[in-house]
Write a protein that binds this ligand. Sequence first.
Ligand SMILES: *[C@@H]1O[C@H](CO)[C@@H](O)[C@H](O)[C@H]1NC(C)=O
Ligand SMILES: *[C@@H]1O[C@H](CO)[C@@H](O)[C@H](O)[C@H]1NC(C)=O
Length: 543
Amino acid sequence: MTQNRSTWIGCSLGGLLVALLALQSMPQETEGANILGVFTSHSPSHLIIHMSILKTLAEKGHNVTVVSAMPPKVTHKSIKHIVVPMSAEDEKILSDGMSGMVREKPSIWTTMKSIFSSLSLLIDRQVDVLEDPRFQELYLNKGNKFDVVFVGFFFNSYQVALGARFNCPVIVSWSGPPMLMVNEMLGNPELSTVPQMQIAVAAGKPMNFKQRVQNFASTVGFNALNLYLNHKYNGFYKRLWGNDKSMPSFEVAKRNVSLAFCNGHAISEGPIRPNVPGIIEIGGIQIKSKPDPLPEDIKEFLDKGKHGAILFSLGSNLKGEHIQPHVVETIFKALSSVKQQVIWKWDDTKNTPGQSANILYKKWLPQDDILAHPKIKLFINHAGKGGVAEAQYHGVPMLALPVFADQPGNADKLAESGYGLQLPLATLDVDEFKAAIKEVIGNPKYAEKLKAFSQLYRDRPQTAQESVVYWTEYVIRHHGAAHMQSPLVHMNFIASNNLDIYIITALILYILFLINKIVWKFVWRKFCGKSNKASQKKKVKKQ
Ligand SMILES: *[C@@H]1O[C@H](CO)[C@@H](O)[C@H](O)[C@H]1NC(C)=O
Ligand SMILES: *[C@@H]1O[C@H](CO)[C@@H](O)[C@H](O)[C@H]1NC(C)=O
């Protein structure tokens, strides 16, 4: 710190002037706060959401530091970035797991399998990031002081203790709508009327019996997984901070989350549910309200299309090598035969599926900016939450080829809502694929449905970016948000479900029943017993 100060004093008068001017143009309150983002999960699509949040804050003039397990695609020039990457061996295991999943039709079974193979690696490796000296330096260096820390949720609830570690409020960032484990941290009630992420229910419709059974079963399943994870979290907590006297117990540390930013917009896309005030919806945070200009080659390629264009991308987790060669061939056959220009996201641009005048291969795409281009008539994707939201925002119909995790559920929802069609990637057929492309581009009903949706999606009191800035600065201004915390956070399973009250009520009813029985027995004996005896006596007299 003293070194910092002396270099600061040593800086030129010009620099001082610039600094003064910058200070003047900053907002009055919570100006230039120190914000830390900790995003340890190895998922590019989640990182895009987290980074879009922190980029918004950096643009507002805050001093943002980010620690992540992979280099970010979204960033800002003033963000200080620390990458603590996974080992090459672990990357390989994950990549092989991905290929395995692509080969099968998505189902509960493949999702469960992925949970217990790749996912357990994804969960365990996150602790390594927090044990890394590059991360620990952030709190060991007493010169650092953070005003708020963001934790990117991915089966790592123990990380909310970073608030206690840095002695500042914690905000959770989650890439989807509120879900069971995020709800638990904020005390957001879990309700049987709210469909879990893999169940598609059209707006304003009830869940039918089968869906309710599915929903119930998956809620129980998630709760069981959560029990198991909590057991793991305890272990991680002990390993990280068990011997640290300055840290509270895990039980205390985890009941201190101020807010959760959830990447959803329930009014337009569901699920409709009540939320506690600590759940802040920022659906579409990664979407720019004004697209950036496209790279020259992409712009030229799109402008050439007389029949419009198609964007084809299976997202950032899935690489070309994960998809079986015959499926790639099927896709190429179909896409090279359509009239439209096709932009295909493909990693290995030296080794492409085939050459065709209407196909442009690109390793990395400004997806959001391309979807904003008026020539784009169709977005063929894997139904990842981010891409679907971008297409919905820009009103582009979709053809989904879902693979795993929340993708099958997202694909069901978009088909159910009339935003496009879906086909299984593993068993794709050329003719079927071509017919689906033709239908979604040719039939105006999909584009019309999306246009209406897009209007709803954009109609908000605050944009996603404004919400992020407002609520983050709110938490900084008030040093946390304990005043709006749900009491559920502090209640155990028995209290939050009133199980004790049910048991006591049942006991009281039982005791009342017993007393009632005794009284009636007594009354019966006293009167009926007497009159019986009396009538018996009478009978005896008569005789
Ligand atoms: C910005 O944050 C970093 C922590 O990463 C800190 O070292 C630095 O002093 C902060 N800058 C200002 C101007 O507060
Ligand atoms: C709880 O949060 C406050 C800020 O909101 C923070 O200063 C404090 O260290 C946290 N305490 C624990 C035990 O996590």
